[in-house]
Design a protein around this ligand. Structure first.
Ligand SMILES: [Zn+2]
Length: 86
């Protein structure tokens, strides 16, 4: 599956897409407010700090590098991120 190409810089929560197949993953719910301890697992970032675990699909070309002061996930393009490491 190819991720959608999006040219604009995406390092804020606006870049996140709500998980589409809620019916297949009833425990996944996008909760935009409050503080979440996001952990990346594959193409998802998953929060287990909330009472109800929830996850957001970010795509395989994104990497979670941390949280900003508002507790929102900071996402980088995986390619850009690893280029800077070299
Ligand atoms: Zn949460």
């Amino acid at each position: 599956m190819m991720p959608e190409k999006q040219s604009k810089e995406e390092n804020e929560v606006e870049a996140l897409k709500e998980v589409g197949d809620i019916e297949n993953h009833p425990s996944y719910r996008f909760i935009p407010k409050g503080y979440h301890e996001w952990r990346q697992e594959g193409g998802y970032i998953i929060c287990r700090s909330c009472e109800l675990e929830h996850a957001v699909w970010i795509g395989m070309d994104k990497i979670l590098v941390g949280l900003n002061k508002d507790g929102k996930p900071i996402l980088k393009n995986r390619d850009d991120y690893f280029k800077k490491q070299l």
